[in-house]
Design a binder for this molecule. Sequence first.
Ligand code: ZN
Length: 299
Amino acid sequence: MTLGRFAPSPTGILHLGNLRTALASWLSARKGGGRWILRMEDVDGLRCRRNLGEAQLRDLAALGLESDVPVVWQSEHSQTYREALARLHGAHRIYPCICTRKDLQALASAPHTEDGLRPYPGHCRDRVWEGFDRALRLRLPEGPLTWEDRQLGSQVDDPGSLTGDPLLFRRDGCFAYHLAVVVDDGAQGVTEVVRGADLRFVTATQIRLQEALGLPRPAYAHLGMVMAPDGSRLGKRAGALGLEALGARRITPEECLGWLGWSLGCLERPMPCAAAELVEAFNWSRVPTGEVRVPETWA
Ligand SMILES: [Zn+2]
């Protein structure tokens, strides 16, 4: 049985791109008679806010997307992440990294990855263990990895050249994104990860981490990005394309669902509907793989 999940970071409002990912993941789980869960990725205490997460949950509920189990807040899970780190240390898979942000930015010749960051070049790989109060990285095995994507088909990636050895624990005491996401997907029994194509490049790295922790590999689906009508990324203008701002312009949640459902190949044209009305028509083979643009009149 499918166990799907949507796992936003409570750092801002959910825009149409986030809501489309949430809906696709919910539809895929429901279509297979499976379950769906919500998880708040709030390990970064500096950037995440509880009230933003609660607002995100309200927006999702307004679309009819509610978690089948109580919502997990990652900030409450430190013990699980600590145990995972201890297991990796026991298997000699992690090492301390003393590089500063400045050190890493100084590597001018290294290629940029899709998110503008450079892969970590492994400077500290040979450092001796100094305890759990240092930044810690996973030592990746060499070579490429093949994985399947429900949207994109068979993928071959070399995580070493995409991200390099991923950071699992930060100097400031926060558990890093890769560790929290992989440990929780494993702990919660997630079988399908649906997310935006902007996270495609971290997948092989996360699969390597799953392998190091002995966790099963979920199915993946990376959705084409939702762009503004002029083709720019939604990030900067997200506030204007959330449910509340759209509502203030008299665009209802049902209209949003109709547009989102149409953009996922469930409807022939956008028309107001409920999420449950889209389940029957949802099929990964009908979800367009490219970018989608928000209607001119909504932006
Ligand atoms: Zn380092």
